[in-house]
Design a protein around this ligand. Structure first.
Ligand SMILES: [Zn+2]
Ligand SMILES: [Zn+2]
Length: 78
């Protein structure tokens, strides 16, 4: 399981603020707008998240997964 954070648009490592044709920007924006599998809210920027919980493209907020882990007693190593 990979963990990551999306940089805010317009920052050094973030995507372009406006419309552009960069594949990397499109991918970052797609992930930012993707919905967390646990809380149903978009992943957003500057928030830690986990990817690939067995299914490609599946994203969850780190805090959501850690909350579930805390409640169920299943350990999560970040
Ligand atoms: Zn761009
Ligand atoms: Zn969430």
């Amino acid at each position: 399981m990979a963990t990551g954070t999306l940089s805010e648009p317009g920052t050094k490592y973030g995507p372009c603020k406006g419309e552009c044709k960069h594949l990397a920007c499109a991918e970052t924006k797609r992930m930012a707008y993707a919905l967390c599998d646990l809380c149903g809210l978009s992943i957003g920027y500057g928030v830690r998240f986990y990817t690939n919980r067995g299914r490609p493209g599946e994203l969850v907020h780190a805090r959501c997964l850690e909350e579930v882990a805390r409640q169920t007693g299943v350990g999560v190593r970040a």
